[in-house]
Design a binder for this molecule. Structure first.
Ligand code: NAG
Ligand code: NAG
Ligand code: NAG
Ligand code: NAG
Length: 676
């Protein structure tokens, strides 16, 4: 009810009373009171309707999240499309020519190229801006919201720095890369200098009213003044099918987190995400990073079965076992438990979930779980309805990493537990409210940092700016005369160009580094250098080849659906069957031992087994019946077995020993079995 209407109504009551000449002040105030009562009742009703409506909107949002949550895992869903073709797999999904739109900005000191992606985290479906995140980690000294610090660069091995000659240093550095690429710690113990990091995406509902840059990028930032403006710009893009050329808009939804039971007031929250990294203390051997096949990428490009590991489309899973097996906790659990949520460091929070404490789901002793660190599994203080103590967080989402936080800028999830008590004849309701704050994360990449970040044999000066090297755009490094004035954060060229083989230039147009530029060192001598920032795959290193340094391990949203699980099982079945098919068509030639018995006279026989049968006999203890070639007018039917490390016959034409005296040994052709 508008106040103006109320005022007019009161005035009318007053005027009518006065005109009738029967007004007393008593009557007037009675009239006013009853008029107010009418409006008060209506206002109460409106408030109640409004509260119910707000609650319904909140539940509606929850329903749509719940739908997404149960359709798939937390993970990457799609990247921006461009091409298409006669079948749907010609257009992109989570993968196109690149998985997750990753690319290089190796000329930037710490920038990890990553384009716009569409992601689901804990049921919230959102789109990022062009990410280009930085190699930074949560602050180790400050608990301030979103405070970060640079991840220290690995040191240069002393066996490199102690050499005076640049060529000798280059050679030694290559040897380290060779040791890393071949994982040969005997050649050089590369492990202290090639450090793995887990880069992850973290998201939460926040209370930020004004637009908050989710994380630092040297190349991109949200291009809007407020959340509302951002939402209207992204809607414009969605309805008109266009984009901002700078790729600086993100779709970050809002929600109603809570409706106050007493006042009906809704509490709004804003979704936001960020990307950061965390150093992993232990060495992560490359063999733990197992490539996942995306046929939708490989098939239309005729690359099925090819070595696709060094393509930008390649994605991996981190799995530290030789043979696949079921597990509840694995290496990623230990890595994530060393990463804290929005409190920046482990603070020893312990969550009481529905009244039960939560424990670490592994370890010798029963230990309370520090819920300020990321975990996807926990152990319940009590048993669940099925008698289980182990709990995978989320209903069915192996990628839901959760961390509790005390940051007041994260929206609390408030819930009330009420009990009614009888006091005399009246029922009295007492409510207790619980509130907690959470953020969620998914892994994005394992990133190896190398000594190239700090190997600076020419001692080229560095300036923490963007314009010093170019002297505000005057220099471009193309010639000795235009050599950069040292390096800066956006022109980070310190690697001697001869470290790489030949000249190179990237053919990915999202990349920015040039093949080799002139840079002035501290004595103003121009030096030809290559970019030393992060790279997915290095250019060809003389004597080593290309070395992959970024291993994307982000989960894919759709892989959480039952259809995709069946599809992956089917792919693996198909592969094992096509291997079997190939093995069935390849033959191993065998020879029996020569017999000199006369009659029938000196002779031997031959027969063949398929590679498939060969393996069944040798590896699985099976036997096969074969018929040998004809010689001296006869053949033998042999039951072939494998015993004491060799092939032999168990029976020969129905009797235990061939009647013409062949010894038991059956000899396969060494050439045929060379690779089996
Ligand atoms: C590892 O390097 C050592 C020393 O150069 C070499 O002898 C050895 O053969 C290498 N191992 C492998 C598996 O290549
Ligand atoms: C609901 O509103 C009342 C009155 O403003 C306030 O005292 C109370 O703390 C609020 N409850 C919650 C859970 O925000
Ligand atoms: C986690 O941190 C502890 C303590 O610093 C360390 O001992 C452990 O190796 C780390 N775990 C991983 C997987 O890096
Ligand atoms: C060249 O770089 C140095 C720092 O390395 C800086 O002090 C100087 O101002 C730069 N020169 C110009 C002309 O920008």
């Amino acid at each position: 009810m508008k106040p103006i209407t109320l005022a007019v109504t009161l005035l009318v009551i007053g005027v009518v009373s006065v005109c009738h000449g029967e007004s007393t002040s008593e009557q007037l105030s009675e009239a006013i009171a009853s008029a107010f009562k009418v409006y008060e009742d209506r206002l109460n009703n409106v408030e109640a309707y409004f509260a119910n409506l707000a609650r319904q909107v909140m539940l509606q949002q929850f329903n749509s999240e719940q739908r997404v949550r149960t359709d798939g895992y937390s993970g990457v869903k799609a990247i921006r499309g461009s091409h298409h073709g006669p079948a749907n797999y010609y257009s992109k999904s989570h993968v196109g020519t690149r998985f997750m739109a990753i690319h290089d900005h190796a000329d930037f000191i710490r920038t990890m190229g990553m384009g716009e992606i569409n992601v689901v985290i804990n049921g919230v479906d959102f789109s990022t801006r062009h990410n280009d995140y930085k190699l930074v980690m949560s602050s180790t000294s400050s608990t301030e919201y979103h405070a970060t610090e640079p991840i220290p660069f690995p040191e240069v091995p002393p066996s490199v720095t102690e050499l005076d000659d640049i060529d000798a240093q280059t050679e030694e550095m290559r040897t380290y890369f060779k040791a890393f690429a071949t994982q040969n710690t005997t050649l050089r113990d590369y492990r202290p200098y090639f450090k793995a990091n887990l880069c992850y995406m973290e998201a939460a509902w926040t209370l930020d009213k004004s637009i908050e840059e989710p994380f630092e990028s040297d190349r991109h930032q949200l291009d809007a003044a407020s959340w509302l403006e951002l939402q209207s710009l992204i809607r414009y893009g969605a309805y008109t099918g266009t984009k901002s050329p700078d790729e600086n808009f993100a779709h970050l939804p809002t929600t109603i987190m809570h409706v106050n039971k007493t006042t009906g007031e809704p509490a709004f929250a804003q979704w936001n995400y960020r990307i950061l990294c965390s150093p992993i203390e232990q060495d992560i051997p490359l063999k733990y990073l197992k490539q996942v096949e995306d046929l939708q990428h490989d098939f239309p490009r005729n690359r099925v079965g090819a070595d696709n590991k060094n393509l930008r489309s390649a994605r991996f899973v981190l799995y530290d076992h030789e043979d696949p097996k079921y597990e509840r906790v694995g290496l990623l659990d230990y890595i994530f438990y060393n990463i804290s949520g929005k409190d920046n460091r482990a603070t020893g929070l312990t969550q009481q979930s529905y009244g039960y404490p939560l424990y670490l789901p592994y370890g010798e002793t029963k230990e309370l779980q520090d819920t300020s660190r990321y975990a996807r599994a926990t152990e319940l203080g009590g048993e669940d309805a099925m008698g289980n103590k182990f709990l995978a967080r989320g209903f069915n989402d192996p990628n839901l990493w959760c961390a509790e936080t005390t940051q007041p800028r994260v929206a609390p999830i408030i819930t009330e537990k009420c009990a009614t008590e009888r006091v005399g004849k009246r029922k009295v309701e007492t409510c207790e409210s619980f509130e907690t704050r959470f953020s969620w994360a998914i892994p994005l990449e394992i990133v190896y940092m190398t000594p190239l970040f700090s190997w600076n044999p020419y001692k080229i000066p560095y300036s923490d700016s963007r314009t010093t090297a170019t002297e505000k755009g005057k220099l471009n490094g193309a010639t000795e005369g235009k050599a950069y004035n040292g390096t800066d954060l956006a022109h980070y060229y310190i690697t001697p160009v001869q470290f790489y083989k030949g000249t190179f230039d990237s053919n990915d147009n999202a990349d920015t580094a040039k093949g080799g530029v002139w840079v002035r060192d501290a004595t103003d001598t121009p030096r030809k250098c290559s970019a030393a920032g992060p790279r997915i795959i290095t250019p060809n290193i003389e004597g080593v080849g290309n070395v992959r340094l970024r291993y994307p391990i982000a989960p894919v949203h759709g892989e959480g659906s039952a259809v995709w699980k069946e599809l992956n099982a089917f792919k693996d079945l198909y592969h094992s069957q096509s291997v079997a098919k190939e093995e069935k068509s390849k033959l191993v030639h065998f020879r029996m031992a020569t017999t000199f018995k006369n009659p029938p006279g000196e002779h031997y026989h031959e027969f063949t087994l398929s590679v498939f049968d060969f393996k069944k006999i040798r590896d699985e203890g099976q036997s096969r019946m074969v018929t040998t070639s004809l010689n001296q007018g006869h053949t033998h039917d042999l039951l072939v077995v494998y015993r004491r490390g060799r092939f032999e016959y168990k029976s020969c034409s129905g009797v235990s020993k061939c009647s013409d005296g062949h010894l038991r040994d059956l000899t396969p052709d060494p050439e045929d079995v060379a690779n089996i």
